[in-house]
Design a binder for this molecule. Structure first.
Ligand SMILES: [Zn+2]
Length: 328
């Protein structure tokens, strides 16, 4: 019997990840490689094609009879889902106006989809993760930036021209730090991993006994967000102060979304959310505060379940839905 297989691809600034799924959503194979964007999109696409070929060959070698039914792509944006174009020289240097549909169509002849990476991560959690089947799901991924996506009735909420709304750049503090987007005090410039590390570095002189100095061999320039969270967990005053502030900023961004849209579930993922416990008190205070105007306590705030695989699931599901005639 021939089994349909769907490939989900998650293209980030550093890695490209691939997963093969059957129609029931079982993850059959997984792989990843460096994308080395600076070598150019042609080289990158050639590498992606050979990774897909190797994955399909591997499945056949295990004795299965597989037919490639579709390839779903999630990529760091801006991306153009309609035309299959990635235009992101910011985090994928040299990837300016690159059609991914053309070469993949030529090589594989299978249906294709392309979506923003925050959208596919949210779709993955909707399909197989922490937000399974809910009507309104907001997924927030906190890592080097803050990605956010809204899934409404199983479909990606799209803005004018089909564009992806970018919640990471909502302004939380207009007197905050300058963001590369042109605004000041964006959510991601206050509560992402790099923002947490930067705040710890900036305040280290106030805390000469902080364990963060020891953790970084006496060089505060090496402080990373992960270490700040680790220090906070052991009670280090600088770690605690920085994480409390980041949690307050983070919870304000969450509050804005709850007040505007009241989703059933908010799913929190990404490396920074490995420390979700440090964010809980601020999130609970915020929820109690705004519960006066909206039923905020009814909104479940839960950790993501699929980790780094969420985007793979979502990308595969987006093309599966296209094949089924119910595009997301
Ligand atoms: Zn910004």
């Amino acid at each position: 019997m021939t089994e349909e297989v769907y490939i989900g691809i998650d293209l980030g600034g550093t890695y490209v990840r691939l997963g093969a799924f059957d129609a029931e959503g079982n993850l059959l194979a997984i792989d990843q490689a460096l994308i080395e964007a600076q070598r150019g999109p042609q080289a990158g696409l050639a590498r992606i094609i050979s990774l897909i070929e190797a994955m399909l060959d591997g499945l056949v070698a295990q004795g299965g009879h597989f037919e490639l039914a579709g390839i779903g792509f999630g990529s760091t944006g801006p991306v153009y889902p309609e035309t299959g174009v990635i235009d992101n020289p910011y985090t994928l240097p040299t990837w300016e106006n690159v059609s991914i549909f053309e070469p993949l169509q030529t090589r594989f002849g299978a249906p294709l989809t392309l979506e923003n990476d925050a959208d596919v991560a949210a779709l993955g959690e909707y399909w197989m993760g922490a937000g399974r089947g809910v009507k309104r799901l907001y997924a927030i991924t906190v890592g080097t930036g803050i990605g956010a996506a809204f899934i409404l009735d199983g479909r990606i909420y799209r803005g004018v021209t089909g564009a992806h709304p970018d919640g990471g750049h909502q302004v939380i503090d207009p007197s905050g730090p300058q963001c590369y987007c042109g605004l000041r005090g964006c959510w991601e410039s206050l509560a992402s991993g790099p923002a947490i590390a930067r705040q710890a570095r900036a305040r280290i002189d106030e805390y000469p006994n902080s364990m963060l100095l020891e953790m970084t061999g006496g060089n505060p320039a090496h402080i990373e967000a992960r270490q700040v969270a680790e220090a906070a967990v052991t009670g280090d005053p600088l770690g605690l102060a920085v994480m409390e502030q980041a949690a307050r900023y983070f919870s304000l961004g969450v509050a804005n979304f709850i007040i505007l849209f009241l989703p059933d579930v908010i799913v929190l993922g990404g490396g920074v959310m490995d420390s979700l416990d440090l964010f809980r008190p601020a999130l609970e205070r915020m929820t109690a505060d705004i519960d006066v105007m909206v039923p905020a306590r009814k909104v479940r705030i839960v950790p993501a379940q699929l980790g780094y695989h969420a985007g793979l699931y979502g990308a595969a599901w987006s093309v599966m839905q296209k094949v089924n005639g119910t595009p997301v």
